[in-house]
Design a binder for this molecule. Structure first.
Ligand SMILES: Cc1ncc(COP(=O)(O)O)c(C=O)c1O
Length: 428
């Protein structure tokens, strides 16, 4: 197969993989309708007819409610906003602790800090990369108020065990489904199992409006609170005769008509986009299954994995080179792979220095907390091992790629494995 590209040989693939969103006719038509109307947002911070936004936002929310079979869908302008609104609606506030995974995009934890509460990190399972229920249990204290569970990479977390723990300790459960719209756990769509499910529509997600997001719930109180938080709640409650005004401090988390117009067409294709991801990912699993030292995602009859990315656990002791060298060799062949995902969040400077709001250590060390947030290296060893040595990821299993594109990925693996001795000498 020739010399490795990392050593100066020719690449398996010259053509780049596609990374932009696929926009179709429905999105174009709707966006033009909105532009023609001149009403780019339907929201006003009033208790009247504009409190819930414009035509496209309402239509998008109806689509989401029908799909998830929930009473509420609240369109917002990012999943970060959705997580913030969800935590506010659940009554999380200063002095509370919220348990969250350290293996996620920063916003899953930052949203907790935005409520002046303290994120407590529990370790992940090595099979799903999602929170390990037993580790969650070990982190519960009298201050614990909620769990933010992230269905990472398109795979559901172990929700039966998480919900049991939450019920026993009376904790709210917010499902961060930014990477997993359409994924299912034991037949239930993720986002419909906990109290609130939050989704992202940012540029890199399965369906996108550039920026955007939404939250779903079956609970009327939570739904109304999220609507208030989205749209400057504190100046609206009087006219709406809302009695319980705890945690309704509002923001501008409103989705524009343009974003909603794009989201509608995208949302209608969610299942077919996921089906295509699954087809390509299962094809890749079949082709890579003969290589020793790669732990591939398992097919399940129970859960629906929607492969936001395709995760592989790399066994350095079996393969004989380290993961980063192997990933660099694949990248040199023209195959996009990431070594690890994000650094465990607690290792970021804000947590290490325990400084977020103001200069008094809020929310970590200021007066009303009184707990001891531990963000030391070593607190989540599985997550750290995945980050440092084991996990590798690619996002190529999606439209418009085809099995022919995946064949290039397989060819690159074959080439690197065939030249593993050459790679070992590079590593040294
Ligand atoms: C797991 C997770 N949660 C939250 C977010 C935040 O999403 P947004 O960019 O819509 O705020 C992301 C985005 O990457 C994510 O992957």
């Amino acid at each position: 197969m020739g010399k490795l590209a990392i050593s100066g040989g020719s690449k398996v693939r010259e053509r780049p993989f596609v990374s932009h969103a696929i926009i179709e006719e429905e999105e174009r038509k709707r966006v033009n309708e909105v532009l023609d109307s001149g009403m780019l947002s339907g929201f006003i911070a009033n208790a009247g007819e504009h409190f819930l936004g414009g035509k496209q936002v309402k239509e998008f929310e109806t689509l989401a409610k029908d799909y998830f079979k929930t009473k509420f869908a609240v369109a917002v302008n990012s999943a970060t906003a959705g997580l913030h609104a969800a935590l506010g609606a659940c009554g999380v506030g200063p002095g509370d602790e919220v348990i969250v995974t350290p293996y996620t995009m920063s916003a899953s934890a930052t949203a907790i800090i935005m409520m002046n509460a303290v994120p407590v990190f529990a370790d992940v399972e090595e099979e799903t990369f999602c929170l390990e229920p037993q580790k969650v249990k070990e982190k519960i204290t009298p201050k614990t108020k909620a769990i933010v569970i992230v269905h990472l990479f398109g795979h559901a977390a172990n929700m039966d065990a998480i919900m049991k723990i939450a019920e026993e300790h009376k904790l709210s459960v917010i499902e961060d489904c930014a990477q997993s719209p359409g994924a299912a756990y034991k037949g239930k769509l993720v986002g419909t199992i906990g109290d609130i499910g939050v989704f992202s529509l940012n540029q890199h997600k399965t369906i996108t409006s550039g920026e955007g997001g939404f939250a779903i719930t079956n609970d009327e109180k939570l739904g109304l609170k999220m609507q208030l938080i989205r749209n400057h709640g504190e100046v609206i409650v009087d006219n709406m005769e809302v009695e319980n005004i705890d945690g309704i401090v509002g923001f501008n988390y409103r989705m524009t008509e343009l974003e909603a117009a794009v989201s509608i067409g995208q949302f209608r294709r969610l299942d077919s986009l996921n089906d295509h991801r699954i087809k390509l990912a299962e094809y890749l699993t079949e082709k890579l299954s003969n290589f020793e030292g790669l732990i591939l995602p398992k097919k399940s009859n129970v859960d629906k994995h929607v492969y936001f990315v395709y995760p592989i656990r790399f066994k350095e002791d079996v393969i004989g080179v380290d993961r980063n060298t192997f990933v660099n060799a694949l990248k040199a062949e023209g195959i996009p792979f990431g070594a690890g995902y994000v650094r465990p969040i607690y290792l970021e400077p804000m947590y290490q220095r325990k400084t977020a709001y103001g200069i008094n250590g809020c929310p970590f060390t200021c007066g009303y907390y009184g707990g001891e947030a531990n963000y030391s290296k070593g607190i989540c060893p599985v997550c750290e091992r995945m980050h440092e040595k084991e996990l590798m990821l690619t996002g190529v299993c999606k439209s418009p790629h085809t099995k022919e594109d995946i064949d290039d990925v397989v060819k690159a693996f074959e080439k690197v494995f065939q030249n593993i001795d050459e790679l070992k000498s590079i590593e040294k």
